[in-house]
Design a protein around this ligand. Structure first.
Ligand code: ADP
Ligand code: MG
Length: 465
């Protein structure tokens, strides 16, 4: 698809003390721009035309100008008011509540006319540029997990075989960084399977001390060790007729891996201190954030167990490789928390600039981190705020300075346009991310296109997080 410049023909914009480049840029997109230097001039412009949008630098928007905007917006509720701020919003205290109730977004200087034009097109309901429509929610697993949300093609591909996987009774290995939704997928597999009436029993092999995992998994007989005053069932027995979810399987000690393999092959367990096997009917789903094959190479994970677990495989892409899901999930978490707090709709929406930032943040903790950030935003937002602006989000992002960099434009399917002065490693990151998007998250193909080894690409992705 060729890169499309926004078309602002017929759109009228009042620009207060605008940078000449911005004014010219907007005009070149077809907008009719009224450049004004104060509220009086703005009011006379208003007499001639009714602008769709008003753009002003924060420091120049004095009381008189804000009054002008207020009158204009009262008369034309469908129009937009944007404030330009210096230096990544740092100077903007969530400004006076009056301003906040008036403004539709805060944009960072220098303003990029093309990007602003695209945003205006979307906000004015013109032909969609394809990026931020919230309309599609994947119905695949919606019937079992109504809050399990995604719309990215990367997730769709990862979960394409989920119904067939659920229908089979084979072991499943789910891999993905922390917080990508491994447990939620394991639960979905269980609920969609014929075992859905049975129990779903999770156990986190990484969270339990090594010495206790054995008893947790297999149970123990009375008197098996000091303190074992009565017989106790392990998770395998508890999960009988259902599904056992072995989370962080890579953390399981080697000696237990041997026992686990035997249980999987033989379908029976021996409790600690027990002589008699107990037959169990359990489906095992394992999850790992680590590369188990590497574990095998390093002698930390048994190869035979690896092949036994790896019959069916689901690999979940990190959130930064599925940007289409980010705003969908962010809105969902925001609204969920607000409704739990007893707040009534309408809930505040995310401003376009806020979405822009969310989609560029690296999300090392993936969906879990996004959920936590949106929980903080929701908890702190005053009741009458209509939009979540960047200033309400940025304090909760640990890595915010990564976003605060010269604008870099991605031209759909054509490449990346980089401003002079962009740090090299940022350029490389971007080219890598965009290439991954092109290949639908396929790292092998991306590595080939980028002329680097898969190993180097992996290392790069891990270190840039
Ligand atoms: N696609 C999704 N839709 C809604 N919530 C999600 C999604 N993916 C993850 N979550 C939520 O994010 C958090 C982390 O997910 P989890 O399955 O525990 O990740 P993992 O096991 O990979 O660390 C959970 O609260 C989960 O409900
Ligand atoms: Mg987990």
């Amino acid at each position: 698809m060729p890169d499309r410049k926004p078309d602002l023909t017929g759109v009228s914009i009042v620009v207060l003390r605008g940078d000449p480049g911005v004014v010219a840029g907007l005009r070149s997109l077809g907008a009719s721009v009224h450049a004004v230097s104060d509220a009086d001039e703005a009011s006379s412009a208003l007499a001639e035309t009714s602008p769709h949008a008003v753009l002003a630098p924060l420091e120049a928007a004095d009381g008189a100008f804000l009054d002008f905007v207020k009158r204009h917006k009262d008369a034309h509720p469908g129009s937009f008011f944007y404030l330009l701020v210096d230096d990544a919003y740092k100077t903007v205290e969530p400004s006076s509540r009056e301003v906040e109730s008036l403004v539709d977004d805060y944009l960072k200087k220098p303003l990029d006319p093309d990007r602003f034009g695209g945003m205006l097109e979307t906000n004015l309901g013109r032909p969609d540029t394809g990026s931020t429509s919230l309309a599609v929610i994947e119905p695949l697993v919606a019937k079992v997990k109504p809050y399990f949300l995604f719309r990215s093609s990367a997730m769709r591909r990862s979960l394409a075989n989920l119904p067939e996987i659920a229908a089979s009774d084979q072991t499943v290995l789910i891999s993905g960084e922390t917080g990508t939704g491994k447990e939620i997928v394991a639960r979905a597999v269980h609920v969609l399977s014929s075992r859905s009436d049975g129990p779903f029993v999770p156990i986190n092999c990484g969270a339990i001390p090594e010495s206790l995992i054995e008893g947790e998994l297999f149970g123990h007989e009375r008197g098996a060790f000091t303190g074992a005053v009565k017989t106790r069932k392990g998770k395998f027995e508890t999960a009988n007729g259902g599904t056992l979810f072995l989370d962080e399987i890579g953390d399981m000690p080697l000696n237990l891996q041997v026992r686990l393999l035997r249980v999987l092959e033989e379908g029976r367990v021996f409790r600690v201190g027990g002589e008699q096997p107990v037959v169990v009917n359990v489906r095992v789903i394992a999850a790992t954030h680590a590369d188990l094959k590497k574990g095998v190479r390093d002698g930390l994970f048994r190869e035979d167990l690896y092949y036994r677990l790896n019959v069916l495989r689901v690999s979940l892409p990190p959130l930064r490789e599925r940007t289409e899901d980010i705003s969908l999930l962010a809105v969902h978490f925001l609204e969920r928390v607000l409704s739990e707090m007893g707040r009534v709709p309408p809930y505040p929406s995310l401003s376009a600039e806020t979405i822009f930032i969310l989609e560029r943040y690296p999300w090392k903790g993936n969906v879990r981190e996004l959920r936590n950030v949106m929980t903080r935003v929701a908890t702190l937002i005053p009741p009458d705020v209509r939009h979540v602006f960047p200033m309400r989000l940025l304090p909760h992002l640990d890595d915010a300075e990564r976003i605060d960099q010269p604008p870099v434009r991605v031209q759909k399917d054509r490449g990346v346009l980089v401003e002079i002065g962009t740090p090299l490693d940022r350029i490389e990151d971007l080219v890598i991310q965009e290439t991954l998007k092109q290949t639908g998250g396929n790292r092998t193909r991306a590595a080939k296109l980028l002329g680097m080894s898969l190993r180097n690409l992996r290392r790069r992705l891990n270190s840039s997080r």
